[in-house]
Ligand binder design. Structure first.
Ligand code: BEZ
Ligand code: MG
Length: 574
């Protein structure tokens, strides 16, 4: 019995390991920086084209290649397969055929690729050709960007053609690059597609909470960014509405300005309270959307429903019962910077090592973001009233924090803004609720929705990028700037220690082994960019000094010695 159980456990462990390896392998990563005005390389293009071909695009009359292959092979449960994260031979077979077809396309064009897919997988040429023709257009446009010409036109004060803002996978119409990005009509957000997509993401998010915490979160803090909601036409906004259990309704002018409550019988779970911390850019671009979100929270708070099924109502009523507080204050949930201000500055504080206790970082977040965008008791809009006590109170009930990730290009260790926002709000919650919140991110763009904890995401990003030779060698091709990018990644990773203690110590150990203790790599970095190398070493020592990493004494000594040599100007190692 025991040995049978052992072997089952071992099989399950091996399976989990295999899943994780697949996840890392399939992660799309940049293998170098974009060089202004330059076209991308063939392999990079092939990966991108494969992703472009993975989605149905009804606006273009083209279908997702994996679906076409699945249909031709008469695989009936393809959708279920796609949403199941466990590895399967069928999925591998389909992915393999699609990859080869795209490779064929890169070598010899749309017709040959459609023929190939017909011979190998019995996919009708007429069905796959529109997809390959789309790829032809995308590939051509990738080769011919107008960035330099547009820059010159801009400098001459000339007109630059506008284009939509998104990434290429979400909307290939963003090509050619070098155009003037235009935003969306805020009244169109969330789009019907975004709302439909968000249903799955919100469900997956709550399922994950339920599995890990054993109950639904009483309240969640969500981060909403402007550019992301332009790119996705409101994925983040739609997820917030789903958590509340409402849907947007369009008025006579087709503007999303109204709210319809989804009945509890249909929702089949409690309505989750949400605290929305929105960026300055979001506030500037999406004023009607902020009003919509505020309206949604108010509507839900007023529903005559039992507390155990309506957490917004429960929290608002409790707040009002606890002390002098009117409904308008108790229901305030949409916060941003003061008008004209941007950012939480948590990133600057971390980068400059200018903080004593972690709590300072959460406090700074609230100081910068505690401006309420809501209505007063007479229904007049309030745009940026300082409301620190209300934000503190709302955050004190939060049990989970969350941000939607929608880009293949930029992840949580690529820029400092993710830890500035999601890290900042999580630290603020931790000190106000006296308990560390669960922190989640979703990957709403891959065909299958993925919700990961912050720790899982840090591990994945580290393995797929920072420690991946494909990634760092791609960066090092760019010399000075490449080393700065590596250092940036390490600093941003450190940001997740500072704000959320979400970085396993092995990550710092492997970073130091890869970049500092390997003498050949150390010398390369030193030759290319001693400034960033020094910052990297200082950051690793800071990680140790602040208690995030406790390496062997000899590792510390080597790091300190090398840093001392630097400061004395004796940069060359023995
Ligand atoms: C935004 O689009 O809202 C945003 C962009 C960069 C950093 C932070 C927020
Ligand atoms: Mg920046």
């Amino acid at each position: 019995m025991t040995s049978k159980r052992n072997s089952l456990e071992r099989d399950a462990r091996v399976m989990r390991l295999y899943e994780q390896l697949l996840e890392i392998e399939q992660r799309l990563i940049p293998t170098g920086l974009h060089v202004f005005g330059a076209a991308s390389e063939l392999q990079e293009k092939a990966d991108l084209l494969r992703m472009v071909a993975s989605f149905d695009r009804p606006e273009n009359g083209s279908r997702a290649l994996p679906k076409l292959v699945a249909e031709a092979l008469r695989i009936e449960n393809y959708d279920a397969l796609l949403h199941d994260s466990s590895p399967s031979e069928t999925k591998e077979l389909i992915d393999g055929l699609v990859s080869q077809a795209v490779q064929k396309f890169c070598e010899s064009g749309a017709d040959s690729a459609a023929d190939w897919l017909n011979t190998q997988a019995d996919v009708d040429r007429e069905k796959s050709l529109p997809t390959f023709l789309l790829l032809t257009k995308v590939a051509e446009q990738l080769d011919s960007n107008t960035e330099l010409d547009s820059l010159l036109s801009a400098l001459r004060g000339e007109y630059i053609e506008p284009g939509p803002g998104a990434d290429i996978v979400q909307n290939p119409m963003v090509l050619p690059t070098g155009r003037n990005t235009h935003a969306v009509n805020p009244y169109s957000v969330p789009s019907q597609l975004a709302f439909a997509r968000a249903k799955h993401t919100a469900a997956a998010l709550l399922q994950r909470c339920l599995e890990e915490q054993g109950h639904y979160p009483r309240a969640m803090a969500l981060v909403l960014w402007g550019l992301d909601n332009i790119k996705t036409q409101g994925d983040g906004v739609a997820q917030a509405l789903w958590l509340l259990g409402v849907r947007p309704v369009r008025d006579a002018l087709n503007r999303a300005t109204e709210i319809e409550v989804i009945p509890l019988e249909e929702l089949r779970r409690p309505r989750i309270d949400v605290v929305l911390t929105v960026s300055g850019i979001f506030r500037d671009l999406f004023a009607p959307t902020m009003a919509l979100l505020d309206k949604a929270v108010r509507r839900v708070a007023m529903l005559d429903e039992p507390f155990e099924m309506n957490y917004v109502r429960r929290n608002v009523q409790e707040k009002m019962a606890a002390g002098p507080c009117n409904f308008d204050d108790a229901v305030t949930r949409v916060f941003s910077n003061a008008p004209g201000n941007y950012g939480s500055n948590v990133n600057f504080m971390v980068m400059d090592s200018q903080w004593e206790t972690e709590a300072t970082l959460g406090d700074l977040f609230v100081t910068r973001k505690c401006f309420a965008y809501t209505r007063d008791s007479r229904g007049r809009s309030v745009e940026g009233r300082e409301a620190q006590h209300l934000m503190n109170d709302a955050l004190s009930r939060v049990e989970a924090t969350y941000q939607n990730i929608d880009s293949f290009e930029i992840g949580i260790t690529d820029v400092d803004h993710y830890f500035e926002y999601l890290g900042g709000v999580s630290k603020a919650v931790e000190t106000r609720s006296k308990s560390r919140p669960a922190i989640y991110l979703s990957d709403s763009l891959s065909p299958q929705v993925k919700v990961r904890t912050l720790q899982e995401t840090v591990r994945l990003e580290t393995r797929a990028k920072t420690l991946n030779p494909k990634w760092y060698e791609g960066m090092l091709k760019h010399g000075f700037r490449g080393v700065a990018e590596i250092e940036n990644h390490v600093a941003n990773t450190f940001g997740w220690s500072a704000t959320a203690d979400a970085v396993d110590p092995w990550i710092y150990t492997e970073i130091s082994k890869t970049f500092l203790l390997d003498p050949i790599m150390f010398q390369r970095l030193l030759d290319l960019n001693p400034h960033s190398l020094r910052s990297l070493m200082k950051r690793l020592l800071e990680a140790h000094e602040r208690g995030y990493w406790n390496p062997d004494e000899d590792v510390l000594e080597t790091l300190r010695d090398r840093l001392d040599n630097f400061q004395l100007g004796r940069e060359q190692i023995a």
